[in-house]
Design a protein around this ligand. Sequence first.
Ligand code: FAD
Ligand code: NAD
Length: 460
Amino acid sequence: MGDLVIEVDVAVVGGGPGGYSAAFRCAELGLETVVVDAGKRLGGACLWEGCIPSKALLHVAALIEDAERARELGVDFGEPRVSLDPLRKWKAERVVGRLARGLASVAKAKGVEVIGGRAVFESSRELRVEGDEPQKVRFTHAVIATGSAPAGLPGLTVSSDRVIDSTAALELADVPERLLVIGGGYIGLELGQVYAALGSAVTLVEMTDGLLPGVDRALVHPLARRCEKLFAQIRLGARVTSLVERGSAIEARFDGDGVAAFDRVLVAVGRQPASAGLGLEYTRVSADARGFIGVDDHCRTTDPAIYAVGDVTGEPMLAHRAMRQGKVAAEVMAGRPAAFDNVVVPAVVFTDPEVAWCGLTESEAEREGRTVKVAKREWAAAGRALTLGRSDGLTKLIADPDSGRVLGVGIVGPGAGELIAEGALAVETALTVEDLAATIHAHPTLSETLMEAAEALLRG
Ligand code: FAD
Ligand code: NAD
């Protein structure tokens, strides 16, 4: 007996936000669609080991920190006592589990079948599913949405369950007394803050000379100050040169500056595309040296039958970019006019304070030699910020001096991740600074800082 062969219009490989968004839209547009996912489930890294569990834990960290801040306002809840079992259960069942059940029922309602197993392309028309029930899927079009996986530390391999990646860190096996975080990017800062709030003494090592390299320094500054208070130590411009397991600890050696022991080490030095072993050599899809699959703004690869979306297509590796690409790919496959021609992909680091930005930054403008007008609104005199006991924020607007168009927005402060939506809308829809200044923003809200920054910019 040969393998079971099924024929579909669209085979989506990978059930993360890119894959399920593509599959759902394909089904809505009348295309018979299956998703092949190695875990036989929808949600991908975002739901199971990324955005959602990390934000659940960051919410708990924020509760702990707010309770501590409340003391200054005359309210004392006492010392927090964290029970890991109920916390893990809440995260797994009431947050991740509930969303997973939701995705599964949407798939069922739309008639999208989810096949479990690893997909390997055999040609530009067929793929093989390796798993419990091997089968082949023949397709008119395929979408590669295989995402990404944590990158390792080049030259530093230590096989110890004390050296963990973000997936293991989110499982919350324990709260280590001494945690070393390698990498001061999104994950190092978000999860470093989670563990610090839960009680770990966190040492963070970042190889560049600042946290969140590439992000506007004025936005990073309040976050860096908060981290200096929360973390035991921050080592900038530093690297770990060796990790050795000694007894029940990991000994880390830093370049030029000593040795220290830790109970766990979280490696958060970036992610790499999951494109190896996919059988791309049997298709006409091409990937770059790092494994990222090149796509045009219709999400087409170099193989006319195969599209790619999400992290596997490169930076920025963010769930909302993957989702938008997924929808674009579906529309294009269904013959509709669509393109990934978005002006901005907003970015949010969900730390305390949150850092969010979209569009052009001041340093990008400088690098490009482009003249821009910049306005900053410190939150120290913003009514809503003070009522929240939080004056550590800043709202920044970058605009074109001739047309007045808003080109970029940066915000740091609690709630920046929600506030950036207005900035994204402004840049995407070519609003002017005058539009923002003339729009009535409810009082007292943090959103007024956008209006006030716009007013400041108009005043010159
Ligand atoms: P993925 O979500 O990675 O899904 C890929 C799927 O493909 C997986 O289910 C995988 O099992 C499957 N797969 C891979 N290869 C095969 C194969 N050969 N056959 C079958 N199936 C296969 N982004 C944000 O926007 N906001 C956040 O707050 C945020 N927080 C994050 C926190 C952490 C700790 C991490 C790690 C990431 C975070 N991200 C966040 C990034 C976000 O998770 C990714 O950008 C997003 O998941 C990418 O979606 P995707 O569809 O491209 O791939
Ligand atoms: P990252 O690229 O954000 O940060 C990695 C950091 O590690 C950088 O600052 C880099 O300079 C540093 N680094 C690299 N090698 C190092 C070394 N040997 N020693 C010390 N520092 C080193 O990567 P990440 O934090 O692993 O996150 C991966 C991706 O996942 C992000 O780029 C983002 O796309 C996504 N993500 C997004 C969110 C969010 O949207 N809130 C949250 C988590 C992850």
